[in-house]
Design a protein around this ligand. Structure first.
Ligand SMILES: [Ca+2]
Length: 415
């Protein structure tokens, strides 16, 4: 969940700082790194100092001491925190290969049907519709399938000790201990992403403290349970408190008029729907531009890519994760879950001039030629770069490890 911008350019799992490299939604989900604790005397000394700060902050020793005893130093968490995004994803990649894949859509329809009664009750109480709540759930944890299995107290203690964002993670650790102290769950049961985002909707501890709800009425706000009711209601409560407008759209795909002044694009410029319509901004597929208050035109894939008019609810989704890709992903997944169609604007190629399908084809051809890319997903990561380098070397080409249209052409010729 939100709070800290991730280093990667395509956002995902909001609250989770995890997004980029596994955890939450996203990149091909490699098996999680071995989250094994390692002896570390400096970490133990830090725990002793932290203990007095925690006691001063009101954590009772009978809660604190066992939790700290069980907290280990997790080097892999530090490695994840330091890792920069190794490659960027285009808007097309994000929407079609990550956020709204056929698989995520099918699983979403099934999840929405399975939990229809709960989702109806949540909408009745919080005013956030089933498709939107389900879309958040789908992006945050693949409908509960990827809630994260890292011990959160250990992860947060490691990050607080490591110090790169020490104050932030120490405040998260204190919030996590307060959750245990309140009895919502135990320290051992508190599992999540490497950055401390927990449960079906990946709440970080401070967000949990302020917005989690006990929807089942059993006295515990249990976002970790297999039963997603509390977690989904908590996400709806969060959106409601951020100003969700019931019955209003997040946004709509639009067609821009010839010669549209792209200087007017961006969330900094708002007009009413009728003002945009008067300027020639038309709903993709026809029909009126709905009037849901102040609206902006956004161009997430540049001036030639798909265009959207976005409303107040778009800003509310951004409070979950401050990434336009993410918010469009949630909104579009929700639209598709309601039966809407795919985005119709023209996705733009990447900086190498390649679309997602081109990159996948390149991987297929490289692998067939004996340069195994370890999978065909359209993502040119380290494995694909290594394969490209080997191919270039074998063919006497300049070795760049980079994809290009020329390389794709050559592969297509079977050279
Ligand atoms: Ca409960």
């Amino acid at each position: 969940m939100y709070l800290t911008r991730r280093v990667c350019v395509f956002g995902l799992s909001a609250l989770s700082l995890s997004a980029c490299m596994g955890g939450g939604v996203g990149m091909s989900t490699r098996p999680a790194a071995q989250m094994r604790p390692q002896p570390n005397p400096a970490f133990d000394a830090w725990k002793t100092r932290f203990r007095s700060r925690a006691v001063a902050a009101g954590i009772r020793p009978e809660v604190l001491d066992p939790a700290l005893r069980g907290a280990g130093f997790l080097p892999d968490v530090v490695a994840r925190d330091r890792r920069q995004a190794e490659f960027t994803r285009t808007f097309e990649d994000y929407i079609t290969a990550i956020a709204v894949t056929d698989e995520r859509l099918a699983a979403g329809r099934a999840a929405m049907a399975r939990h229809a009664g709960t989702l109806r009750a949540i909408e009745a109480r919080y005013g956030v519709d089933a498709a939107t709540v389900t879309a958040i759930w789908g992006l945050e944890s693949r409908y509960g399938a990827e809630r994260g299995d890292v011990p959160v107290i250990s992860a947060l203690a490691t990050l607080a000790f490591d110090g790169r964002r020490g104050a932030f993670f120490e405040s998260q650790l204190l919030a996590a201990l307060r959750i245990v102290q309140r009895g919502d769950t135990t320290a051992a049961n508190m599992r999540g992403s490497w950055a401390g985002a927990m449960g079906h909707t990946q709440f970080i501890p401070t967000t949990y403290q302020d917005y989690a709800v006990d929807f089942t009425g059993n006295g515990r706000r249990d976002i970790w349970a297999d039963d997603p009711s509390d977690a989904l209601a908590s996400a709806a409560n969060y959106l409601a408190r951020m100003g969700w407008q019931q019955g209003q759209a997040w946004g709509l795909e639009v067609r821009l008029p010839e010669g549209f002044n792209t200087g007017l694009a961006g969330r900094g410029t708002t007009r009413s729907a009728s003002q945009w319509a008067a300027m020639g901004v038309a709903r993709m597929g026809g029909g009126a531009l709905a009037d849901h208050g102040p609206a902006s035109v956004i161009l997430p894939d540049g001036p030639r890519g798909p265009a959207f008019v976005v409303y107040r609810n778009f800003s509310v989704i951004l409070r979950y994760n401050n990434s336009e890709f993410y918010a469009i992903g949630v909104g579009h997944l929700a639209d598709r879950l309601r039966g809407g169609g795919p985005i119709r604007g023209n996705f733009q190629p990447d900086r190498h001039g390649l679309r997602l399908a081109d990159r996948a084809e390149m991987q297929r051809l490289l692998t067939r030629a004996g340069f195994d890319t370890q999978g065909v997903d359209g993502v040119i990561g380290p494995n694909s770069q290594t394969a490209i380098e080997a191919y270039q070397r074998a063919r006497g080409l300049q070795v760049t490890g980079q994809p290009s249209t020329a390389l794709l052409e050559q592969l297509r010729r079977g050279a």
